[in-house]
Design a binder for this molecule. Structure first.
Ligand SMILES: Nc1ncnc2c1ncn2[C@@H]1O[C@H](COP(=O)(O)OP(=O)(O)OP(=O)(O)O)[C@@H](O)[C@H]1O
Ligand SMILES: [Mg+2]
Length: 232
């Protein structure tokens, strides 16, 4: 097991957000958290990353030492180029290696755009820079907060396909609203209730990847998550 999230409770003032969230993540597993807007998904990721403290409960890491975070908004530095943004993240870890930066840019399909500024890129390209920046530090655990939410349907599907290639073998916790995205990506889907959120169901998806979105197994899992989400 890579990570155990146990009994997380969290309020902001009078607003109760998390009401006992428990799930585990295996090493190398791709876990999707799904739940409606405002139920506390970002809060859960922030607690895992150590950016927020829970009122109660714990996050226990097994072996994991270095998380990488891909934020809901891309949070790129507008005054730095693609190259500069990624190098900046590496420098924060005490590494200054242009070769690593170039390799990772190539890896996420942005070769030739090294000297572009974020405003000169499309939304999908900016997200890829965000993913590259998170990957550059070679994280043991990748935390991704709805990275594809703002993309059109086709680009989103392409990014999902690429992501699976890029993160193969990595432990990932990925937040999404999209049932389809969860069924495409996840080994395990953690379905959250409305706020204050709890885990209503944990659904394993054992379909081999890459998955056919029109296969019977796929459609069956989609239905299963849909009804779990409606049950609140
Ligand atoms: N720093 C904060 N201070 C006060 N309230 C907060 C803070 N962060 C989040 N909240 C509240 O906690 C609730 C859950 O927020 P969170 O961002 O975790 O939801 P989410 O599930 O990620 O939503 P979305 O899908 O829209 O991104 C919201 O009602 C939000 O207003
Ligand atoms: Mg969020």
């Amino acid at each position: 097991m890579a990570l155990m999230v146990e009994g997380l409770r969290k309020s902001y003032g009078n607003l109760k957000v998390l009401d006992g969230v428990t799930f585990s993540v295996e090493k190398g597993e791709f876990v999707c958290l799904i739940g409606e807007s405002g139920c506390g998904k970002t809060t859960i990721l922030k607690i895992i990353a150590g950016l927020e403290r829970p009122d109660e409960g714990s996050v226990e890491f097994k072996d994991v030492i270095r998380p990488g975070f891909v934020f809901q908004d891309d949070r790129l530095l507008p005054w730095k180029t693609v190259y500069g943004n990624i190098l900046f993240a590496l420098k924060a870890m005490g590494i200054e290696d242009g070769e690593v930066v170039r390799r990772i840019i190539d890896f996420v399909g942005l070769k030739g755009f090294e000297n572009y500024y974020p405003k000169q890129l499309s939304g999908g390209m900016r997200q890829r820079v965000g993913i590259a920046r998170a990957l550059a530090v070679n994280p043991d655990l990748l935390l991704m907060d709805e990275p594809f939410a703002s993309l059109d349907a086709r680009t989103r599907e392409r990014m999902q396909e690429e992501l699976l290639r890029i993160v193969e073998g990595k432990t990932v916790v990925f937040v999404t609203h999209s049932i389809d995205e969860a069924v495409y990506l996840a080994d395990k889907v953690v379905v959250l209730s409305r706020r204050p959120s709890k885990v209503v169901r944990i659904i394993e998806i054992e379909i081999e990847k890459p998955r056919d979105r029109n296969s019977e197994d796929f459609i069956e899992k989609r239905k299963e998550i849909y009804s779990a989400l409606r049950f609140k």
